[in-house]
Design a binder for this molecule. Structure first.
Ligand code: ATR
Length: 279
């Protein structure tokens, strides 16, 4: 029986067991996918033990993605471009890794927009690990201009510096002007999510045909997406990115390329809805 895992700390919030469990059931595969709570100080040992563990591989999530990148014996081009690893497998007793976050981001947009790949200008809010995966996806898709707006300007500078002349760094307070020229606007931060840390960025000046997306999916309609919808802009929520980023790992471990479709989305939405009602 093929076994896979998701390792995180904490890991109880992860939807990956339900997601992969759904596909295992749908394809009648006698495999398993389990959540593993691995604290940061045990993570290096966890990776070292992997080739003898009986697992075909697994996912890593917060806070282990950068550590997994450092600890993998072999990494592909996606992992190198993003500087993180979220999908592991073993080959000849070596631990190998990739990062499927850029793929998941792009595949989610592909599902909902026929023309995002031909857009000119994208505006990315945030400059952390998630923003790096998004910028890589945008460059790969061929967008010609990417602007990054971040609260801490130095982090925006560092991120832009990784990607060359198509990418520029800006202060978050210039967001309204940047939004005027953006065809695609992506939030990668938890801005406005904790109910106290300031107002949602104003989309008043955004172009009326701008497409707005968020990589956060709890809540499904983030305050930023709600503001975009009220402004009459087309929006795409972040749940599809989670679903799509899981596809390459499942295929690698279990040998079947699974589908991201409406029944899967409905299954996970029901779980999220149930969780949101828990005290
Ligand atoms: P992730 O891996 O999810 O991207 P991260 O590396 O911690 O997480 O990055 C979080 C991003 O959200 C950063 O761009 C952060 O801005 P700073 O670089 O200034 O810290 C941004 N962020 C988080 N909370 C924010 C807030 N309340 N207002 C503005 N930006 C915020």
């Amino acid at each position: 029986m093929t076994k896979a895992f998701v390792a995180g700390w904490p890991v109880a919030h992860s939807l990956s067991p339900q997601l992969h469990g759904y596909w295992l059931q749908r394809h009648a595969i006698a495999g398993s996918y389990q959540a593993m709570a691995v604290p940061p100080h045990d993570f290096a040992q966890f990776i070292a033990n992997l080739p003898q563990s009986g697992f075909a591989g697994g996912n890593v999530t917060i806070p282990h993605k950068e550590a997994a990148f450092s600890l993998c014996a072999a990494k592909d081009g996606e992992a190198l471009a993003i500087g993180a690893v979220n999908t592991l497998w073993t080959e000849n007793a070596r631990v190998c890794g990739t990062c499927t976050d850029s793929y998941g981001f792009a595949a989610n947009l592909d599902d909902h927009s026929g023309n995002w790949r031909t857009m000119q200008t994208a505006l990315v809010i945030g400059a952390g690990g998630a923003a790096r995966a998004v910028v890589h996806a945008l460059i790969k898709a061929g967008l010609s201009k990417i602007t990054i707006a971040n609260r801490t300007p130095e982090r925006a500078d560092s991120l832009a510096g990784l990607f060359g002349p198509k990418v520029s760094a800006h202060r978050l307070d210039t967001f309204p002007q940047l939004a005027r020229h953006a065809n695609l606007i992506i939030n990668t931060t938890s801005l406005g999510m904790d109910g106290q840390s300031g107002e949602v960025l104003s989309l008043d000046e955004a172009s009326s045909d701008a497409l707005v997306t968020d990589i956060v999916y709890v809540p499904l309609e983030t305050p930023f997406l709600a503001a975009a919808r009220l402004r009459g802009l087309k929006t795409i929520d972040g749940l599809g990115m989670l679903l799509h980023q899981a596809v390459p790992g499942f295929e690698r471990w279990f040998g079947v390329r699974p589908q991201v479709d409406l029944p899967l989305r409905a299954h996970l939405l029901a779980i999220l809805d149930h969780r949101s009602r828990q005290p």
